[in-house]
Write a protein of this length. Sequence first.
Length: 175
Amino acid sequence: MLGAFETDRLILRERTFKDFECCVKMDCEPEVVNYIPELKKIINGTSASEKSHREFVKKRFETDYPEGMGYWTIVAKEEPQQFVGWVLLIPLDTVGPEIEIGWRLRPKYWGKGYATEAARVIIQYAVESLNLQEVIAEIHKMNTGSIRVAEKIGMEYAGTEDTNDYIRYALNRSY
């Protein structure tokens, strides 16, 4: 069970199957998956299928993550029943060994600082409560919004991934 967090404007709570339809619906907003080619292909590609998309999301819901890790649903306090998005802290690609932080928000909440606010809480939790020495974020090189979020939460550019479409940011406490 994941702990809940509260900021001035947000509530972060453990993601549950009650959030499933909201996650599926969010992914179907074209801007949301613009920089996630693997998911964009499942949703909008030539072999797109709603069934494949739902199976992809369901698998993420059903995966057992290490103690203290997983997905948190983000809710804005001024709209307490509204799904804003989610933030995660999980092994990279669900297998690790690196630990990644990531976020996905509905477009209507972009540009309000919500992603930074949520990610800052989770990165602080990762360092202070889980005592992680390194947390990474793999971000599509064209996704300037997510790059800014990573930088605002203290992550630094750490190189380009093999695909050259993604760059890596890291918060590393070992130096």
